[in-house]
Design a binder for this molecule. Structure first.
Ligand code: CLF
Ligand code: SF4
Length: 509
């Protein structure tokens, strides 16, 4: 099926306009001006921004003061994409040289983060020295820090003074008994603590740090690793507490536990969650106690400690020390600003189009009673711009009449290895179709005949938009239209054939 224009947000009154103009594309209701400005270009704190803006991580923090059962820090591993892995630990001066180089080559760079490979605050001097240098030379880049929270309270003043306005705390439990199954030990004030006592200390430090940061106006993201059978049922309780304490967004990540990574969980056979289990937990953590719902980050790509580029398209390998330590580059803030202006123009046009069609994004309160999952092949820029066979990840949208939200990024192995045309790998195609089997539709720039046949055979609609990179519609409008068409088809099938409780066509839920 090829998409037809113009698009309609099915069942949305024409010209109704977005009922929440102030929040379109942003992850939270009722943001004040200052907060909106802080998150507008942050690819992790703002789902919409991750389609346009890049971040980079500086691996300046080698050591850690706790031992998580899911962590094994590795150096020189270019093939592993997960937190804690880096090819090289940098000095603050080398880190500045890398920022200079990346900023010159990636004008959409908006955030510089320090997230490892150990804990940034267990290496506080190196971490803050690095931030100082960046703040001095690149004041237009936002600073971001990710920590286990153990040494957070004593460092809040320095964080605020340096203008680090985004801090992530990894909190995997609020019941110390649960924490005992996740951490081997905690090192504090010259002692190595274990068991409930260690977990009580870590939790107390995390909560004190969270409260102090929120009081200072820093936007705090909470990361929690979902470990089936250990803390999965407990994480909604974590969401409830951190929401009450003023956290901005909660990022629930799936455990990565391949045995070859050598972690405790990997070696003891602890499994990670399925994509369906993860989505169900995301929904469960969207707690509504108090005003609004807890905002859930659903687009995390579990970056390496030296990741560079758009989320989901790590270009870290292209920025080798030979390049950034040797090549002279100019610092051109005007060029970065021009790139941002262009991006914001595109986003404004998209938001206006959505508004005109009455499409709402995010906002669980506006979720229609019937929605479907649709998979989109995109490499960013807000556009459907990837061919099915060349996609390395699919963006999964939950969508229905006049409403859509991003719920997951699913990694895939490219099944098409041909440079021209399709040279398909059938086993990879089978896995890909099975991975998308809960989706009602797949939307891509193009879909070859073999995958189209395989997808349609299992009831997944194929929608292609061609290679028109300048089309007005963004992935959201196209997802809404695809969802509407799938729902209409499902309803038609239902009317003709079966009672309501049996309708389950292509992932309608
Ligand atoms: Fe880096 Fe983390 Fe800042 Fe983002 S990552 S320090 S908040 S700039 Fe983002 Fe990567 Fe997920 Fe982290 S996708 S792992 S949440
Ligand atoms: Fe690894 Fe981070 Fe845990 Fe330290 S806090 S053990 S670096 S995951």
């Amino acid at each position: 099926m090829t998409r037809s224009l113009p698009l309609l947000a099915l069942n949305a009154p024409a010209g109704a306009g977005c009922p929440r103009k102030d929040t379109c594309g942003l992850p939270s209701d009722g943001l004040d001006e200052a907060t909106r400005a802080k998150v507008a270009a942050h690819p992790c704190y703002n789902q919409d921004a991750h389609q346009y803006y890049a971040r980079m991580h500086l691996a300046v923090a080698p050591s850690c003061n706790v031992q998580c059962n899911y962590c094994n820090r590795k150096f020189d591993c270019v093939n592993e994409s997960r937190p804690g892995v880096t090819s090289r630990v940098l000095s603050p001066e080398e880190a500045l040289a890398k920022v200079a180089y990346v900023a010159a080559k990636v004008p959409q760079l908006s955030v510089v983060g320090i997230a490892g490979p150990g804990d940034p605050l267990a290496n506080a001097n190196r971490t803050f020295k690095t931030f100082e240098l960046i703040k001095r030379d690149y004041p237009d880049l936002r600073l971001c820090l990710s920590t286990n929270g153990l040494r957070l309270p004593e460092n809040v003043a320095r964080i605020v003074e340096l203008g680090i306005d985004h801090v992530t705390i990894t909190m995997n439990y609020v019941d110390p008994e649960v924490g005992v199954g996740i951490y081997a030990w905690v090192a504090y004030a010259g002692e190595q603590l274990t068991g409930v006592v260690a977990m009580q200390l870590l939790l107390a430090q995390q909560l004190a740090g969270l409260r102090a940061l929120v009081a200072a106006g820093v936007l705090v993201k909470i990361n929690s690793v979902m470990i089936p059978g250990i803390n999965d049922a407990h994480l909604p309780e974590v969401a409830r507490l951190v929401k009450a304490e003023g956290a901005f967004v909660h990022n629930v990540l799936p455990l990565i536990s391949e045995p070859e990574h050598g972690t405790y969980f990997g070696l003891t056979g602890q499994r990670g969650p399925t994509t369906q289990e993860l989505k169900a937990l995301h929904d469960a953590c969207e707690v509504t106690d108090g005003p609004g719902a807890m905002q859930i980050m659903r687009h995390c790509r579990q970056c390496r400690a030296d990741a560079v580029g758009m989320l989901g398209a790590d270009e870290g390998e292209s920025f080798s020390p030979e390049l950034y330590l040797n090549e002279e580059v100019a610092n051109e803030p005007g060029r970065r600003q021009a790139a941002r202006t262009e991006i914001e123009q595109r986003r404004a046009e998209t938001a206006a189009l959505r508004d005109e069609r009455g499409i709402v994004t995010e906002g669980v309160a506006d979720k229609p009673p019937r929605v479907v999952l649709v998979a989109v092949a995109s490499s960013g820029g807000g556009r459907v711009n990837q061919h099915f066979g060349r996609a390395e990840e699919f963006w999964i949208y939950e969508a229905g009449p006049g409403w859509a939200r991003f719920v997951q990024a699913r990694n895939v192995r490219r099944f098409c290895s041909g440079l021209l045309g399709c040279d398909d790998d059938p086993s990879a195609l089978g896995k890909l179709v099975s991975m998308l089997s809960d989706c009602a539709a797949v939307i891509a720039a193009d879909i070859g005949p073999r995958p189209r046949e395989a997808l349609e055979k299992v009831g997944i609609r194929c929608i292609t938009v061609g290679d028109d990179a300048d089309g007005p519609d963004s992935v959201v409008e196209i997802a809404v239209e695809a969802a509407g068409a799938a729902l209409v088809a499902a309803e038609a099938a239902h009317t003709a054939l079966v009672p309501a409780e049996l309708v389950s066509v292509g992932g309608v839920r």
